[in-house]
Design a protein around this ligand. Sequence first.
Ligand code: PGA
Length: 259
Amino acid sequence: MSETEAPRDGSRRPLVAANWKMHKTTGEAERFIAALLGRGVPNGIDAVVCPPYTALVATIESAGGSPLGICAQNVHEEESGAFTGEVSIPMLADVGATGSIVGHSERRRLYNETDEALARKVPALLAAEMLAILCCGETESERDAGETEAVLRRQLEADLAGVADGDLGRVVIAYEPIWAIGTGRTATPQQAQEACAFIRGLIADRSAGAAVAIRIVYGGSVKPANAAELFALADVDGGLVGGASLDPGDFGQICRAAG
Ligand code: PGA
């Protein structure tokens, strides 16, 4: 059996997250949730929707009573303070959000989100019993230069430095090769599996138990047509979905591919 044919460890519950980025008003969010729930979300997976802050409350209210988790796309690590434009973990908890994406490549590149900040954000989310979806991934030039593993190692060693070994299994890591985000160029199953297996190995260096438990999802042009193949990979426990998550039919299909 080749590496890309080995079965997934069924003890890890698949997670599929919709990263809406800067899309959807409150009304659009409400209509999306109604349509998604109308079609049904499969049991046995964690389905998560990450709207912009302004649509968080409307999305949470629309999803009320359903198994959907609603997370933010970014969060500040301090509880409060003079941080204009930022939102804290207690503020997310106050409206019923269940976690946040952190370290998305767009935030790293466009808004200078640093590994130092991520090293504070991830443990702060875990301390609040919230879902931390930590993104990592290489640029195209880094991949071409053979630096993918070095980049992943550097990012994850730094970003997870503040997480105790025993808590690592609670983090969700999203492997998102930057060259595959929004480009329609999905990583091949072999590329996705190799990178996610490498990430699991990095976690195993700190805790064998956490490496078995931790969920590692793939992101970068996940679509209904390629989701099932990606989610069947041994070390891929679901997906972080951008463009295709804006349509409830497409996102529902991608959720079913993980179910
Ligand atoms: P994409 O975005 O699915 O549109 O490539 C993924 C992401 O940025 O999380």
